[in-house]
Design a protein around this ligand. Structure first.
Ligand code: NAD
Length: 265
C-alpha cells in the first residue's frame, strides 16, 4: 500500500494564489496531498485552467474563492465557505500582497491604505475567522508570507515596510495566544523573487532613484542579496510546506528569513 502523503487530506487556503509565490505554495501543498482553496485576482478563464490543472496533476480537490482582500466581509465569507464546503481548515497561508514605490512625501494615501489593507489587515481578518475551527480541531498551521522587508527597510517603500513589519508582530502575538492549542503561526521572509510583483516595481524604482532598469536589478535588487541570485518560488514554497507539516510542530512565532543572506549584512 502506498504511504500517505505528508499533508494528505489537510485543507489549505492560500490567499493571493493565482500568481507568483502563492501559486507556487498552492502547488507544493497540493503535491503533498492537501486539497486547496485558491484565491486572488485574474481572468476567470486563466484561473479556471489553473484550478483544473492543479486538481488533475495532484489528484486533490481544488476550489477557488474570488474574495477581495481589501474587503473584510469577503474574507469572512471565504473562510466560512471553505469550512462549509470542506468541513475543516487546517492550513491558512496569508500571501496576497501588493507593492507601491514612491517617496513618502509623494506617496498617494489611497495606495498606503490599499497596501496596509491587503498586506496586513487581511491577515488579521482571515486569522480571526479561521482560528475557532482550528482550536476545535486542536490543530492548525498559519503561515504569513512577510518579506525581508519585515526585518529591514528600503527607501520608497514606506507602506510595504510598515505592513510587513506589522505582520511580523501579528505573527508573534497570535503564536503566543494559541501556543497550547496545537496551532503554529509563523512568517516567512523572502528576499527578491522574480514574480509579477517585483517585475512591476522595476520601472518605478528606476524613476524614483533616477537610474536604468538594468541598474535597478543589478545595483538595487540583487545588491541586497549576498548570493546575487533571486530567491525562487519553489524554495519559498518548500519552506512553507515544511512549516505546514507535523515535523514543524515546535516552530512557532518564528519570522524566518529566506533571502540569500540579505539581513545578515
Ligand atoms: P504576485 O503579484 O505574483 O502575486 C500577488 C497575489 O496577490 C496575486 O495572486 C494577486 O491576484 C493577489 N492579490 C493582489 N491584490 C489582491 C486583492 N485585493 N485580493 C485578493 N488577492 C489579491 O506577487 P508575489 O511576488 O507572488 O507576492 C506574494 C507575496 O509575497 C506578497 O505578500 C509579497 O509581499 C510577498 N513577497 C514577495 C517578494 C518578491 O520578491 N516577489 C519578496 C518578499 C515577499
Amino acid at each position: 500500500m502506498p504511504s500517505p502523503q505528508r499533508l494528505q487530506g489537510q485543507v489549505a487556503l492560500i490567499t493571493g494564489s493565482t500568481s507568483g509565490i502563492g501559486l507556487g505554495i498552492a502547488e507544493a501543498l497540493a503535491a503533498a496531498g492537501a486539497p486547496v482553496v485558491l484565491n486572488g485576482l485574474g481572468g476567470a478563464d486563466a484561473i479556471e485552467s489553473t484550478r483544473r490543472r492543479l486538481a488533475a496533476e495532484h489528484g486533490v480537490e481544488v476550489a477557488y474563492d474570488d474574495a477581495d482582500m481589501r474587503k473584510p466581509d469577503a474574507i469572512a465569507s471565504m473562510i466560512s465557505g471553505t469550512l462549509a464546503h470542506f468541513g475543516r481548515l487546517d492550513i491558512l497561508v496569508n500571501n496576497a500582497g501588493i507593492q507601491h514605490v514612491a517617496p513618502i512625501d509623494e506617496f498617494p494615501p489611497e495606495q498606503w491604505d490599499a497596501v496596509l489593507a491587503i498586506n496586513l489587515t487581511a491577515a488579521f481578518h482571515s486569522i480571526r475567522h479561521a482560528l475557532p475551527a482550528m482550536k476545535r480541531a486542536g490543530f492548525g498551521r498559519i503561515v504569513n508570507v512577510a518579506s525581508a522587508h519585515a526585518l529591514v527597510a528600503s527607501p520608497f517603500k514606506s507602506a510595504y515596510v510598515a505592513a510587513k513589519h506589522g505582520i511580523a508582530g501579528l505573527t508573534k502575538t497570535v503564536a503566543l495566544e494559541v501556543a497550547e492549542s496545537g496551532i503554529t503561526v509563523n512568517a516567512v521572509c523572502p528576499g527578491y523573487v522574480l514574480t509579477p510583483l517585483v517585475q512591476k516595481q522595476i520601472p518605478d524604482t528606476a524613476r524614483a532613484r533616477g537610474i536604468s532598469e538594468d541598474e535597478v536589478v543589478r545595483n538595487v535588487l540583487l545588491a541586497a542579496q549576498p548570493t546575487r541570485k533571486f530567491v525562487t518560488v519553489e524554495e519559498v514554497a518548500a519552506l512553507v510546506s515544511f512549516l505546514c507539516g507535523r515535523d514543524a510542530a515546535s516552530i512557532t512565532g518564528a519570522v524566518l528569513p529566506i533571502e540569500g543572506g540579505w539581513t545578515a549584512h
